[in-house]
Design a protein. Structure first.
Length: 535
């Protein structure tokens, strides 16, 4: 059984002998106001490692240099000390003259080890579950019932005065009352952390993917391609492929309907290419004409030379044959009327462009060239995505991450009612001991189906009874009596000790309850307080 055997106070003034306050198994400290009862509790809390307490800021501790405490369990003794300058130390024997000086974390861990059992299965699991390297201080909110929090059944633990403590308390309540799911929660939380770490490594690739995907969706909107925000990449590719195929149709001659903008643009682009081709042929023909004229002039010059010397005659004949063949080839090409062909193409394109202009009246784009630009942007974005080597891994891991988040959410609220019912039974059994001794307890047990119930999610208490005059309608309520509320609160603290020690034996919970100002909520004239104190 863990005990604090004494508290020793060392003073700045060395001429003052240290004060030693011995403690038995049960301690009651009494006296008038402002004589230091609450200060004694603060001193104990300080030497036990309360982190947010500055000794010099507390009125009444001005001349105190350090505190020491002797701790006992079934097999060991531990001596601890803490100075106003936050110097920490411990030793194992009173014969040891000096304390071993350690840092704050080592100090807490030594006391934690002293409190813990040989096997710390539950504590290790709880540390993994909470994600913190915890010490016994994580459970100290169960050890203190402060006067300022008496009768608060909405938040029964008075030390839950900030978000950090509230988070720890809720983690502990979930761990205890939802333990059947804790192992699975730990496994999923670990997997979640691993996936998040892997996705962090893929951050640059993911940034490229997100940017390309947003670009694709942006251009989809511009091109009026229907899609949903949660569409898969494959679905977007299929939608784009359908649009692109319709836009770049190959067989336009057989299409009778000319109100399809994609078809019209394809025809217009085809005519533009044909126009370029015909104009190029025309220019080549003109060049050949000029070349043939020059060739004939050159041939005539050669013939004049041949008149001067018969030996050139055979060469002149060969050149003449070559030039005639070239002219013949050109004449075949020149049969076609390029002017007429080009004009026909221009007329067709003009008509198609007119129809395109009609179709484009309902569009936000200025011209079909912009549509080609959007198509090019989309194609490039898909190409950039395909270059990402771990894209499939990223998608799979993100899908798994979403599944884990949903499973965690479900498991965290899927409480097993077995321990909760057991806790309620412990509270009712403890309260039953006051029936016949304390008037408000006797009044409560006169109510049909009376119970005190605990909500581990909200960490609140409430009463339940049958509605007056009814045999089946249950009423949940918060009592209006400070004495009754404080008694229920004390019982919840005691029930928590019992439940934890019976079911989670190696959690480092100090089996000590400090109550500051126990007499305040009670009326001695009605004999409530003496019976509560005996209880």
């Amino acid at each position: 059984m863990f005990k604090i055997r004494y508290l020793k106070v060392n003073y700045e003034d060395k001429s003052i002998e240290p004060s030693v306050f011995p403690f038995e198994d049960s301690v009651y400290i009494f006296g008038h106001n402002n004589v230091g009862k609450t200060l004694l509790l603060k001193a104990i809390d300080y030497v036990l490692g309360k982190s947010d307490m500055i000794l010099g800021d507390i009125d009444g501790f001005e001349n105190i240099y350090s505190f020491e405490a002797k701790l006992l369990n079934e097999t060991r003794t531990l001596f601890v000390t803490r100075s106003k300058n936050n110097e920490y130390g411990y030793k194992y024997s009173e014969e040891d003259k000096d304390y071993l000086t350690v840092d704050f974390e080592m100090y807490k861990q030594e006391i934690t080890s002293f409190l813990g059992c040989k096997y710390s299965k539950y504590f290790e699991e709880f540390k993994i579950y909470s994600g913190e390297n915890l010490s016994f201080r994580a459970f100290s909110f169960i050890n203190f019932l402060d006067e300022k929090g008496f009768g608060n059944l909405i938040n029964i633990f008075t030390r839950l005065d900030n978000y950090h403590n509230q988070k720890r308390a809720r983690n502990l309540m979930t761990f205890i009352f939802n333990y059947k799911n804790v192992i699975r929660l730990i496994e999923l939380t670990k997997e979640q952390a691993e996936i998040l770490a892997e996705l962090k490594d893929f951050a640059n690739q993911k940034a490229t993917y997100n940017y390309s995907l947003s670009l694709i969706k942006q251009e989809f909107v511009a091109l009026q391609i229907p899609f949903n925000n949660d569409d898969s990449l494959q679905s977007l590719q299929e939608s784009f492929k359908t649009y692109s195929n319709n836009f770049h149709r190959k067989s336009t001659a057989k299409i009778n309907s000319l109100d399809d903008l994609g078809i019209l643009m394809r025809i217009s682009c085809s005519l533009s290419e044909e126009l370029k081709y015909q104009e190029n042929l025309k220019r080549q023909t003109q060049l050949l004409d000029n070349r043939n004229v020059k060739a004939k002039k050159l041939l005539n010059a050669f013939k004049e030379l041949a008149l001067l010397d018969d030996s050139y005659s055979s060469y002149i004949d060969d050149i003449d044959t070559l030039i005639k063949r070239q002219i013949f080839s050109h004449e075949i090409l020149s049969i076609k009327d390029f002017e007429k062909t080009i004009q026909e193409i221009k007329d067709k394109k003009s008509e198609i462009d007119r129809q395109i202009a009609i179709c484009q009246k309902g569009l936000n784009k200025d011209s079909y060239e912009n549509i080609y630009k959007s198509i090019g942007i989309i194609e490039q974005a898909f190409c950039d995505i395909e270059k990402i080597p771990n894209l499939s891994d990223i998608a799979d891991k993100e899908k798994r991450l979403k599944q884990i988040e949903e499973q965690l959410k479900k498991l965290r609220i899927d409480f097993d009612s077995t321990l909760q019912r057991k806790f309620d039974e412990i509270m009712l059994k403890l309260y039953k001991e006051l029936d016949g001794k304390v008037q408000f307890a006797s009044d409560d047990f006169k109510q049909k189906n009376f119970k005190i119930l605990f909500d581990p999610i909200k960490i609140t208490l409430y009463g339940e009874r049958l509605k007056d005059g009814s045999e089946d309608v249950l009423v949940k309520y918060i009592p209006g009596s400070m004495a009754r509320e404080t008694t229920w609160q004390i019982i919840a603290y005691l029930a928590m000790f019992k439940l934890i020690k019976e079911n989670f034996y190696d959690l480092p919970l100090m089996p000590i309850l400090f109550i500051d100002g126990l007499d305040q909520p009670y009326d001695e004239e009605k004999n409530s307080y003496p019976n509560i104190y005996k209880f």
